[in-house]
Design a protein around this ligand. Sequence first.
Ligand SMILES: [Zn+2]
Length: 167
Amino acid sequence: MHRPAELRVAAGADQRPGGSWSAGGVHHGLLELPIDLARSIRAAALRAVPRESCGLLLGRIRAERDLVQIAVAAVNRSPRADRFVISPRDVWAAMRRAERARLQLIGAYHSHPGASAEPSHVDVREAWGELLQLIVACDGNATPMRCWRPSAGGFAEVRVRILDTAC
Ligand SMILES: [Zn+2]
């Protein structure tokens, strides 16, 4: 993820609304994503080419897996095509929305036009707290999707299960 400095500020520990922040490191090895959300994330990634699309994932941490229930598209405010920037305002709006829905901000997503769905060196350098990073590669019309969680200075892969049911 190409996380901007302002996002780091927005995510500061002193500014976390009660209960709506990440799971405090309790992410598991499986992310469940309803198929309608997967489709919209993929469509947005294709629409954004050659730029990166981005957004935030709201959902629930369950005993064995994380379930995404809302994908909040964000405007990419980066001037660079190969980066993305989510404004603090968009992060706050998503966090408030999560709180109202009794969900948690569990991750972010962004696209890699013309590259793989593996974290870039920038994504690794700028891993944002404990948030999961869902990355969608855009290779023609193919949009492979992989999910990662920060782990020991890098990322560990989190399996993605697409759910047939809409959320
Ligand atoms: Zn990236």
